[in-house]
Design a protein around this ligand. Structure first.
Ligand SMILES: *[C@@H]1O[C@H](CO)[C@@H](O)[C@H](O)[C@H]1NC(C)=O
Ligand SMILES: *[C@@H]1O[C@H](CO)[C@@H](O)[C@H](O)[C@H]1NC(C)=O
Length: 219
């Protein structure tokens, strides 16, 4: 496993005014205006509380309501759809945490690909458009976790994740982790991914540096 490449972390504290929305994104956010001046600042009197994969102990991972529970940062993993949208999802395959197996219309999409020098078989996110991914429902990864919210939530996009943080009445940080960038870049058109990212939402201060760095890692 190439641990260095798959564990690229970036921090973006959301403090800026953002305009979002694009007709190109079928499930993208509407334009909105955020008044950051009336938000409570990030607390500094104790260590930060970072919600790993959202609120994954209670509800299926990467579908977060962690802010309501007091998280200072929400962590999420980022991969890309076939049509270049960034989504919050941990695995490159959909098998472990979605109802993909119930969708007979996708039965012929099972593939075997080499992912970081290991052959893996399953339903890969890079073979599904965002609209198709949105037709799936997610479930808990582990049996010992609360199962009552299985099948209630959809996969969320990177845009939606940022908006969850922005909609809080206090400053909440996001903590995105890029998963398997080499594999994703082999299967998803770069220009489309980077372009939609820019077009859609993100004029966050660090975003250019963040993604050009990610891009360089594909060499
Ligand atoms: C998918 O199929 C499994 C096994 O048959 C079933 O337990 C589950 O409820 C189904 N999920 C959905 C979302 O229909
Ligand atoms: C993956 O499978 C292909 C086709 O069978 C094979 O050529 C390749 O060497 C395998 N890769 C690994 C890392 O096992």
């Amino acid at each position: 496993m190439n641990v260095i490449q798959s564990r690229f972390y970036a921090w973006i504290v959301v403090l800026v005014l953002i305009w979002g929305g694009s007709e190109a994104n079928p499930v993208g956010p509407r334009r909105r205006h955020l008044d950051v001046h009336h938000k409570k600042p990030l607390q500094t009197f104790r260590p930060y509380n970072v919600a790993h994969r959202g609120s994954s102990g209670q509800i299926p991972e990467e579908t977060t309501r962690a802010i309501e529970e007091g998280a200072d940062f929400i962590e999420a993993d980022i991969v890309a759809s076939k049509d270049g949208y960034l989504i919050c999802f941990h695995d490159v395959t959909l098998d472990a945490t979605t109802d993909i197996a119930n969708h007979t219309e996708f039965a012929n999409r099972k593939r075997t690909y080499e992912v970081e020098r290991v052959n893996m078989t399953g339903f890969f996110v890079v073979d599904f458009t965002l609209e198709e991914l949105k037709s799936l429902r997610v479930k808990q990864r582990y049996d010992f976790r609360d199962q009552q919210f299985n099948w209630e939530y959809q996969i969320i996009t990177f845009d939606e994740y940022i908006l969850i943080a922005l909609d809080a009445n206090r400053v909440v940080g996001i903590y995105p982790e890029i998963k398997n960038p080499v594999f994703i870049n082999e299967h998803v058109s770069h220009s489309y991914t980077w372009q939609t990212l820019k077009d859609n939402l993100l004029y966050l201060r660090n975003v250019e540096a963040f993604y050009s760095e990610l891009h360089n890692m594909t060499v």
